[in-house]
Design a protein around this ligand. Sequence first.
Ligand code: HEM
Length: 431
Amino acid sequence: MNRNSTPSTGDDTGAPHALTRRRLLGTAGAAGAAGLALGAAGGAIGYAATRDEAPTTLTAVGSTEVMFHGKHQPGITTPLQARGHLIAFDLAPGAGRKEAAALMRRWSAVARRLMAGEPAEGAADGPGHDTGIALDAGPSSLTITFGFGYDFFARTGLTARRPPGLDPLPPFSSDHLDAGWSNGDLWVQIGADDALVAFHALRAIQREAASTATVRWQMNGFNRTPGATAKPMTARNLMGQVDGTGNPKPTDADFDRRIFVPGGQNAAYDWLTGGSYAVVRRIRMLLDDWEKLPVEQQERVIGRRKADGAPLSGGTETTPMDLDKVGPDGKLLIPENAHARISSPERNSGAAMLRRPFSYHDGISADGTPDAGLLFICWQADPLRGFVTVQRKLDRGDALSPFLRHEASGLFAVPGGAAAGEYVGQRLLES
Ligand code: HEM
């Protein structure tokens, strides 16, 4: 059964939804009454069950599916997933616009199938061949998101269509960037709530790249597993802080304007309508130094309480920060150099970005310190008004900076979502 026969929810936000019983029955309708239960389990939940097995129900984690088609690509407003892989490619010598278009078509097809919980059927090794890594699992909130880097446009003869937002990021004084781990022609973000599902997608994407594009860099990350906390909560990072509180919410009146590129501006960049810019930074945390700080000092570095993320000016996690409030000693409760103060939209002419990171841990370095930190990914309609504005400020006196090292950097234009029958980037590559 083709998974795509499932009725659309009409949800174009990229937000995930669990396969409800109603949706399963709707999908199974064509299978006939006798095969209903098995049809529902075996069909709607992809290739989770083999014919001879009794139908089993996947957990909510396994059965949650995010739609591939929509106004925006998935993986931007989708809640953080437990596993992430970032991979950047460069087009192979001789590969131009035609080959890039064919690759985006193949990648989109594989992304749509995998996000629906179907096998890859990769063209790379012949029809029907799938690595089997995700056998038994459902979609598990898998998202696959594609972006184009600065050099992609020259390589495909499309320089005139390269939007100014892709101009290279300025240098920052705290940069310790490794060029080999930065940028790239093509960028793919993979997220899933199951490690095998995520790795399966990574392999499928790499296999489909075949001889068209070669891997430039690859990074692996993680977040808390859904269900690990008694109720859904803002994530914590590897410094132990509640991280993500100040993010703009999709329900905010100006959310779309800040995060997604509006249409009707310049015809040359119309292909990016509904898209966004992703800034990717591998930020190493100097955890040995950080963990030596008493908790009260850690809290003053951020301006928020460690236990619950509440601002030091009082209240709960969601209470707005009172940046002017002083304590009995007359000193600001949220210090002048606190990270949350310096990065707050009201201190940055309203600059806002959606931070959607993964933590990473790549083992212990030769000097005994953990090679761990944040794969910081932020989304915005304009990187100059988002990341660059805020990072410039942070660069000049953020109390958190001494505990961080920016080691890699990327900036990618992420096209809007593909409509049904379309592939990601088609409006750029075929017009
Ligand atoms: C490893 C590096 C970083 C860590 C550990 C970190 C941690 C935090 C924490 C704990 C908060 C307060 C809670 C929240 O609102 O989410 C915060 C807020 C914020 N951070 Fe960071 N951050 C890092 C890097 C950055 C970078 C590079 C930027 C952008 C250039 C940035 C921009 C922001 C913004 C915009 C806020 C929200 C401020 C507000 O709404 O008031 N952060 N960060």
